[in-house]
Write a protein that binds this ligand. Structure first.
Ligand SMILES: Cc1cc2nc3c(=O)[nH]c(=O)nc-3n(C[C@H](O)[C@H](O)[C@H](O)COP(=O)(O)OP(=O)(O)OC[C@H]3O[C@@H](n4cnc5c(N)ncnc54)[C@H](O)[C@@H]3O)c2cc1C
Length: 381
């Protein structure tokens, strides 16, 4: 039987887990972090970070960034393109192995007991104590945070009847910069390459990463969409062997209401916190980690209910996701029409850039799209 009782056990050391760990350890709490892999490890991800992450992390982490992006190239089914330049960067590009290792090492430097190669396998919440069994031992804590991505063991153990829906992404990191056909401060987004989603090309330090993601619940032929996208982009087609890897992406509507139970919280992907328009999850993983840390501190110090975390997510994240969902519905339902309109009226895309910079919100954008909404209302009545 374990002798030490931690204040909290955090399962998973991705961006959400490392953020919540650092915040709690900084305040002097005894924190155990369990990570099933060993950092640095590969993670299927585009590696795009909105610039507004600086507000959450400061700028120290810039040492692990590859690129700064200030141009958005839009295509639709690969056949046409237009570019929107921004005065200042809208996104950063990085590789997840370096970024995630950086955040985890920060948690360790603040005094967290970080155990890699040690997956949690069983969780029990009884009599005011949480018990976690791993492949190596058993631990106890006053609270537990599920930051274990998807599929999440913590989510399964504390919400056994939850209905889960996932979207899918497929990406590869294979195209080297051999010539000047790609400017290093541009990202490309194609809204016609896949049903109910988009394809991307993101520049990294020495290569381009590219992929396709769909928010559609029905499975579709991802490999075929990926191949068509590659063939439609001259900068990608010379590369013959694309080593693709796929991963699940939480579907927002399935996350609602499953965040807190007893002494347990879930954050990041485990909580379903991925933006349903762009599929951005890292910002929300970090922010939910911070909000979870605040709730745990309130609980441990002042016996405040952990449900304050769910309230904060509703106010700060779910309201944004509802607006993002509505925008996604319009853009991905009629990508060709939206693309054509965007050539003449790129203002809404400039607004998306401001959202990524933290200067606007999906709720603001939705408010400004009132003409388009009225038009869609008439067409789909
Ligand atoms: C193809 C694709 C492209 C994407 N591109 C982007 C992008 O460009 N920008 C963006 O913002 N988001 C992107 N996302 C989403 C983003 O990857 C996630 O939202 C983000 O990783 C969530 O962070 P997290 O810390 O919640 O979970 P994760 O990063 O998944 O971390 C979970 C950690 O928990 C560990 N773990 C799992 N089970 C256990 C266990 N039982 N015990 C111990 N440890 C465990 C895992 O090893 C992992 O290290 C993309 C996703 C996909 C699939």
């Amino acid at each position: 039987m374990a002798s030490k009782v931690y204040d909290t056990i955090i399962v998973g050391a991705g961006p959400s887990g490392s953020t919540v760990s650092t915040h709690l350890a900084r305040r002097g709490y005894r924190v155990l972090v369990l990570e099933k892999q060993r950092h640095p490890r590969y993670k299927v991800c585009g590696g795009g970070l909105s610039v507004r992450v600086d507000r959450l992390l400061g700028q120290e982490y810039h040492e692990v960034l590859d690129r700064r992006v200030s141009h958005l190239v839009m295509t639709c089914g690969g056949d046409r393109s237009f570019t929107i330049p921004f005065e200042s960067p809208i996104a950063y590009m990085m590789m997840r192995d370096r970024f995630d290792a950086y955040l985890m090492n920060k948690a360790r430097a603040h005094g967290c007991d970080v155990r890699e190669d040690e997956p949690a396998v069983r969780i029990r919440c009884d009599d005011g104590v949480v018990q976690v069994r791993t492949t190596r031992g058993e631990y106890q804590a006053r609270t537990i945070i599920g930051a274990d991505g998807i599929p999440s063991l913590v989510m399964r153990e504390i919400f056994p009847r939850r209905d889960l829906f996932y979207a899918v992404g497929l990406e590869s990191e294979s195209v080297l910069f051999q010539d000047d056909r790609w400017t290093t401060d541009s990202v490309l987004i194609d809204i016609g390459a896949i049903r109910n989603g988009y394809a991307w090309i993101f520049p990294k330090r020495r290569h381009l990463s590219c992929g396709v993601a769909t928010f559609h619940r029905d499975r579709q032929n991802m490999r075929q969409s990926y191949s068509s996208f590659i063939q439609s982009q001259p900068v990608l087609s010379p590369v013959e062997n694309h080593h693709t890897a796929g991963h699940l992406i939480p579907h927002f509507s399935s996350g609602i209401g499953f965040l807190v139970h007893g002494r347990a919280l879930v954050v990041g992907d485990a909580a379903g916190l991925v933006d349903p328009f762009l599929g951005e999850g890292i910002y929300y993983a970090i922010r939910s980690g911070q909000l979870a840390a605040d709730a745990v501190i309130g609980f441990l110090e002042d016996q405040k209910p952990l449900s304050s975390y769910a309230d904060a997510i509703e106010k700060e994240i779910y309201q944004e996701f509802r607006a993002a969902s509505r925008i996604a519905w319009i853009v991905y339902r009629l990508p060709r029409l939206v693309f054509k309109l965007s050539i003449r009226h790129p203002g809404w895309l400039e607004e998306v850039g401001r959202i990524l910079q933290g200067r606007s919100s999906y709720q603001d954008l939705w408010g400004r799209l009132s003409d388009l909404r009225r038009w869609f209302g008439r067409v789909f009545r």
